[in-house]
Design a protein around this ligand. Structure first.
Ligand SMILES: C[S@@+](CC[C@H](N)C(=O)[O-])C[C@H]1O[C@@H](n2cnc3c(N)ncnc32)[C@H](O)[C@@H]1O
Length: 233
C-alpha cells in the first residue's frame, strides 16, 4: 500500500514515520509513504499558498488552485483522496479497515483557517475528522489515520493475531479489549487475576470476553447500544 501526504510542513510528518513499527515496515518495503510540500505548487516567486477569506473574517485560507495542482501531482486512477477536516466524518476503526483495502491513500493536510471549500466539494473523495476538537493543522490528524490504517496492512505488524483480539475488532467490534497483564504476578500487593495464571484456555477466553463487556458497559455504554454481535446472541 502507498500513502502520499500533502502538507505545508513535511518534517512534521516525516519524523514520526522513522520509528517503531512504521519505521520498520517502511524500511522493509511493506509500505511506501511519500511526503510532499504543498508549497512546491505555490503561486509566483514567493510560492504563495493562501489568501484572505472572501466575505471577510479572520485567518488565511489555503487556495483551491494550489491544492488542485498538489493533488493532481500524486493522484492515480486507484487513489482515495482524503481531506483532514474537523467537519469530516469521524475516523474510527471501521474507516481504518475500509481504507486499508485501498491501494493508494492520499491525505491532504489543511492549515491556518482551513482550505477553500471547493477542495472538499470537488477535489477529494472524502473528508475525515479525528475528533471534535481543532488542531493547528492536519499533519497530526493525517499521522493518526496513516498509523491506524498502516498497521492493518498485511505484513506490517509482526504478530497479526493481535489484530483480531484488540478493541473495536474481532467477532464483536463493539467491545474494548479486556485489560492485559504481565510479570510480576504480584506487585505491591496487586495481583493478576487468578484465571490468567490457570493455563485453562476456554476459561481465559470466557473471562476476557466478560471483562471486555463489563469495561465497555462502564466506559463506553454508547458502543453497546446497537444490536448484539452474533457471539453474544
Ligand atoms: C485550524 S484548523 C481549521 C479549523 C476550521 N477553521 C474550523 O473551524 O473547522 C486547520 C486544519 O487542521 C486540520 N484539522 C484540525 N482539526 C482537525 C480534526 N479534528 N480532524 C482532522 N483535521 C483537523 C484540518 O486539515 C484543518 O484544515
Amino acid at each position: 500500500m502507498r500513502f502520499d501526504v500533502l502538507t505545508l510542513f513535511p518534517d512534521m510528518v516525516r519524523g514520526p514515520l522513522e520509528h517503531s513499527i512504521l519505521g520498520r515496515a517502511l524500511a522493509a518495503g511493506r509500505l511506501e509513504v511519500g511526503v510532499h510540500d504543498i508549497r512546491a505548487h505555490g503561486i509566483g516567486r514567493h510560492r504563495v499558498v493562501d489568501d484572505t477569506p472572501y466575505g471577510g473574517g479572520s485567518g488565511m485560507v489555503m487556495r483551491v488552485d494550489v491544492l488542485d495542482a498538489a493533488i493532481a501531482a500524486v493522484r492515480r486512477p486507484d487513489s482515495r483522496v482524503v481531506l483532514m477536516d474537523p467537519a469530516g466524518a469521524r475516523f474510527d476503526q471501521a474507516a481504518a479497515r475500509r481504507l486499508a483495502a485501498v491501494p493508494h491513500l492520499v491525505l491532504v493536510c489543511g492549515h491556518y483557517e482551513g482550505v477553500d471549500g471547493r477542495v472538499r466539494e470537488h477535489l477529494v473523495d472524502e473528508a475525515l475528522s479525528i475528533g471534535d476538537y481543532v488542531l493547528t493543522g492536519g499533519e497530526l490528524a493525517a499521522l493518526v489515520v496513516l498509523d491506524a490504517v498502516a498497521r492493518l496492512v498485511p505484513g506490517v505488524l509482526g504478530n497479526p493475531d493481535s489484530l483480531a483480539e484488540e478493541s473495536f475488532s474481532g467477532d464483536d467490534p463493539r467491545l474494548l479489549e479486556a485489560p492485559c497483564y504481565t510479570r510480576p504476578a504480584t506487585w505491591r500487593g496487586w495481583s493478576v487475576p487468578e484465571v490468567l495464571l490457570s493455563g485453562h484456555h476456554a476459561r481465559i477466553a470466557a473471562w476476557r470476553r466478560e471483562r471486555a463487556l463489563a469495561l465497555t458497559r462502564r466506559v463506553r455504554p454508547d458502543r453497546l447500544a446497537g444490536p448484539p454481535a452474533p457471539a453474544e446472541e
